[in-house]
Design a protein. Sequence first.
Lengths: 401, 401
Amino acid sequence: MRPPYSRRASQLKASDIRELLKLTKKPKIISFAGGLPDPQCFPYKEVDVLSTEVIEEDYVKALQYGTTEGFNRLRRALARRMNQKFRTKVHADEIIVTCGAQQGLDLISKVFIDRGDIILVENPSYLGALSAFRLFQAKFAGVPMDNDGLKTDKLEKALKKFEKKSKRPFLYTVPSFQNPTGVSMTLERRKELMELASRYDLVIVEDNPYGELRYSGKAMPPLKAMDKEGRVVYLGTLSKVLSPGMRIGWVAASEGIRHKLVLAKQATDLCTSTLIQYIAHKYITEGHMVRQIKKINAVYKRKRNIMLKAMDSEFPEEVSYTRPDGGIFIWVKFPKKVNSRELLKRSIKKEKVAFVPGDAFFINEGEGLDTARFNFSYPTEERIQEGIARLGRILKKELRA
Amino acid sequence: MRPPYSRRASQLKASDIRELLKLTKKPKIISFAGGLPDPQCFPYKEVDVLSTEVIEEDYVKALQYGTTEGFNRLRRALARRMNQKFRTKVHADEIIVTCGAQQGLDLISKVFIDRGDIILVENPSYLGALSAFRLFQAKFAGVPMDNDGLKTDKLEKALKKFEKKSKRPFLYTVPSFQNPTGVSMTLERRKELMELASRYDLVIVEDNPYGELRYSGKAMPPLKAMDKEGRVVYLGTLSKVLSPGMRIGWVAASEGIRHKLVLAKQATDLCTSTLIQYIAHKYITEGHMVRQIKKINAVYKRKRNIMLKAMDSEFPEEVSYTRPDGGIFIWVKFPKKVNSRELLKRSIKKEKVAFVPGDAFFINEGEGLDTARFNFSYPTEERIQEGIARLGRILKKELRA
């Protein structure tokens, strides 16, 4: 039998990066490749207690189907947290609870993307977003970045180009501690971006999974806090601050867009786990979240510092890298003659160290072959030190050759 | 701002039936409209104990990201259960864990449907499946049913018609205790269907949420058990037997299709809640599921009998209805002159009783206006009796007029 696959399914392929990285799951490998939180930070005792409370007090509702929008008390708690932390003015009604931020990307694709539409993305960008958009047969226009984030002058050029087209795309951006680069957009750039969005009537999809993981530098408003026209569709998640295995994310969008997203979600999975939503609600409203974020910020700050210090002392001078104020990634640029994929193969084989070759995050094949993404949240402090030292040895040898 | 919605989103509308049924959520209304399990049957004590065990023993994994395919031990447990209960020959590798069976429908849509494709469906059919397929801009060809299930001769006619087209569709069916009719396909019809599928090289999507809820009659193999060619994509769920709020479903499909579904799921939500998957795994492998299914079968059998008996004594003779051997729905046919939507409005207003007007489940507007779906799993025994008696009063009055 030859199954009658859809066009999108015929194009679906396992990414060769993922295949390459399967090698890195062995416990002997020191891996900087993933994007996982540190499991030692999981507040499992609190989750344990709260799950018992929820089941005993509320099982009739917590084990039943819930509304598609999400558990109302959780929606209120999420809106309140956003508004307190980020000075947004989000109403609980504008929130839809999703299965991680990734489902937000799926729903946004459903609501905005027709086949062949061109989506504006930072280049490089988050791989999972590119995959979500590709599944809806989108094309991409990449906007270059520097250490101040997305280059707004280049964005304007791209927007001018698209003005002539009938269907305008949205811009997908991770303005704070971007995946993969760790770079944050400066306040000035954010303002410029919002002005451009207004001038060109552009929808902005703001993905902010790391916004609360700041270890240095000044707090920065998310674009949603600067949005007076309801054009920012904001994606949040508890994956990086509480637990990814709970799969709680959310979208905050103005009424019309939110309504479409809910209709799309209804046909997609009816609702997100009620039980988990009840637990998450208690976790936030009983004050655990505030303590948890303090705790992981302290842990990740140490890990970031250790990785940067190790890179400073172990990497050859010709290798440069970002010094992010938060998040979980550092972006490395090797000298042009280094092919990051080849380096990965050798570093796994010879030194049992892994990272993600940076070309995976670029929209065109062959871009960024001299770059790499390093994660510092998951590996232990000892392994960060040891892994960077080992990679430093290879790099020194190869660059000398 | 006018958001640049996709074509599919522009067509997305809140169903008027849902709007109508919002009225039925008031506690005073006796509602036969939903499709909810009886919350008094939720095994909350076991879920409570198991969640604590899982979190204490396995939090490092249970709160972390999991693989897209799902938790391996749960996949094995699901395959084993299917094979024991239904004599299928499903391998754990062929299983992908989803957020309810509804997500299975979303992933299947992604993998098989191009805009404009015509999907074969029973007419009437499950509303959530129609919504999932519509989101991918599918069209429908309805195959009529009788008390023996989908009419295979009519299916063959439809298949002949589609043979000329380049892209062949799949057939979506709920062969056992169908939603909305409660009807099951006879063994003979199942055999005919599998022969037709083989002859016309047809993919069958078999949705089996109620397969284990049998109260009378002989056990019937699912189509998947009769599938020698890997053409049945099977959808299962724990929503009706354990808890819908946990959102655990699965798809069982042959290797090639399963692979595509996993790639689609990766872009859709990365993975299903690991924590919930760990709990579900323990629930099944520690023997609770077997006891639970016995328990709910006893409860739902009583409720079905009470509803049928009440209909027998309270409904006028001209009203007919199915006598399902399982599941959670009874399908009612009123005399032609009754408009089910109008009846619903009056019965909510005058007698505070609700049901779903049957036209909602048909693929063409205006079909089945004299039909209705009644759920007996959610309301209490007393409310079933009282609600049917009240509706009987209205019906007698109206049919006499």
